[in-house]
Design a protein around this ligand. Sequence first.
Ligand SMILES: [Zn+2]
Length: 121
Amino acid sequence: MHELSLAGGILRVVEDAAERERFTRVSLLRLEAGALSGVDVHALRFALESMVHDTCLQGARIEIDEPPGQAWCMKCALSVPIVSRTDACPHCGGYQLQPTGGTELRVTELLVHDDPVAPAT
Ligand SMILES: [Zn+2]
């Protein structure tokens, strides 16, 4: 279950940002998990939701976009859509494909609030 460690990594990124930018609450966390990133979106969401208790992400809406996969076919010299890394080129049926899109997992949007909870120092 590497989604668990991914979720932990995302949480750490957000908490570091909260400390740096001095916000206390996040109302929206938007992620991008590409079709070729190898991330199980449902497992990732579940892992995140199980971790946010008592963090700035508690109560945040979590949205996960899944951009489609894209690859460069060396034979066709074309950018083609693929669903998985094991797909063949839809034009020539070849496997000389280089993934170019949909491979990333990243935070794309964070809607934050600095509620006056902690005393300002
Ligand atoms: Zn091709």
